[in-house]
Design a protein around this ligand. Structure first.
Ligand SMILES: NC(=O)c1ccc[n+]([C@@H]2O[C@H](COP(=O)([O-])OP(=O)(O)OC[C@H]3O[C@@H](n4cnc5c(N)ncnc54)[C@H](O)[C@@H]3O)[C@@H](O)[C@H]2O)c1
Ligand SMILES: [Zn+2]
Length: 352
């Protein structure tokens, strides 16, 4: 799959049983950055990469900072090939964000290749060009648009993911299925059980499907000025939950819960029927394995949604699902009230 970008076109290649190594082990001027868990679990399979300098990084939100990106830049600067170094990044969204950011600023951009190892990164974050770092208590405050040269997806990394992280990736898949309306929902329903059981064929099918759909959005609106915003379905409510749970709720599971909250708002507005809401709950809830706590929905939650504490009481923007209208699908609503979100969040607390 080729993703067309204003910055440079880049390829997503599917690899089997780590066959991507044939393409990257021959790169002499490489500098590998690898997630610490992936390193421990896969160092034997990836051994051909380990005879050149490499860096093992812990994937925590705390580590997704400018400091880590600058340390990485300095390590590459000390490397003989300097600006010709090819940065090879192996890990989930956190490693992607740190390495993508460092690659984008060093010498105004060095080459990087990404091998996503989480379902979330394989199914969603690996394309779209975004790199983001946390700063000053704000998540993803700093960032650039800088796609890799190439992305290799190998589902051989998936079986070792924790259930929590596996479900996190499914959250983005369900979101994509819903962007395609009733057709997408029915299609996901057919495969949900095999995905839940970790069936590699179904997982691979949905990775490809999700990337195809995301590709269509980002090729139309790479810099997030319009249509791409629809991909933020579930995100406004999910991001705030990530924050108030101190990241106990991972990104994709926050998205799933955010979709449930958004759908409850849609139902109370008459934009989807109660039957559709229940149908989607039945589809999504099996892929959530965290116990929601009422304190996650404290005032801090609503402040995180509003970002600015002084703006209490005003309407908020969110992406909502609308099926009971002639023009159906996802829409950007600008009139969401705090009371509506509170009611929906209460209902979801009861559900989970
Ligand atoms: N740049 C973007 O476009 C974009 C989009 C969405 C999310 N993100 C960011 O991505 C991050 C979340 O990424 P993520 O969900 O991939 O999580 P992650 O990178 O934090 O990885 C989750 C956990 O899985 C472990 N891990 C990774 N691969 C593994 C494997 N194969 N087997 C076992 N364990 C493995 C990691 O060590 C970590 O503990 C967030 O910081 C989010 O903001 C970025
Ligand atoms: Zn997301």
């Amino acid at each position: 799959m080729i993703v067309k970008s204003h910055l440079k076109h880049y390829e997503v290649a599917f690899s089997n049983k780590f066959s991507f190594l044939l393409n990257i082990c021959g790169i002499d001027n490489r500098y590998v950055v690898i997630d610490d868990k992936v390193y421990k679990l896969y160092k034997q399979q990836l051994s051909c990469l380990m005879n050149c300098p490499f860096l093992v990084l812990k994937s925590t939100e705390k580590n997704k900072t400018v400091k880590t990106a600058l340390n990485l830049s300095e390590a590459i600067m000390a490397f003989p090939s300097k600006r010709n170094t090819v940065l090879i990044s192996i890990g989930g969204g956190i490693i992607q964000d740190i390495t993508g950011f460092a690659a984008s600023i060093l010498y105004r951009g060095i080459k990087w290749i990404f091998i996503p190892t989480t379902l979330l990164a394989q199914t969603d974050s690996c394309i779209g060009s975004k790199t983001s770092l946390n700063h000053g208590g704000y998540k993803n405050l700093l960032g650039t648009f800088y796609p890799p040269e190439k992305i290799f997806i190998d589902t051989g990394f998936i079986p070792t993911l924790s259930r929590k992280d596996f479900f996190s990736g499914v959250g983005e898949i369900v979101k994509i299925a819903i962007t395609r309306g009733l057709k997408g929902i029915a299609e996901f329903e057919r495969d949900a059980l095999s995905i839940l059981n970790g069936d590699q064929k179904s997982i691979r099918k949905w990775i490809e499907k999700s990337l195809e759909v995301k590709k269509q959005f980002i090729e139309k609106d790479e810099f997030d000025a319009g249509e791409r915003k629809l991909l933020n379905f579930g995100h406004t409510f999910g991001h705030a939950l990530e924050k108030t749970s101190n990241y106990a709720v991972p990104h994709g599971q926050g998205v799933s819960i955010g979709v449930l909250i958004a759908n409850n708002i849609s139902e109370s507005r008459g934009d989807i029927s109660p039957e559709t809401n229940v149908r989607l709950q039945k589809l999504i809830v099996p892929f959530i394995n965290i116990k929601l706590k009422s304190e996650y929905f404290s005032d801090e939650y609503f402040n995180a949604i509003k970002k600015d504490k002084k703006r209490q009481g005003i309407s908020l923007a969110a992406i909502l699902l609308r099926l009971n209208h002639q023009k159906h699908g996802l829409i950007e609503a600008h009139d969401v009230q705090e009371a509506e979100i509170r009611r929906a969040a209460d209902a979801i607390l009861q559900l989970l």
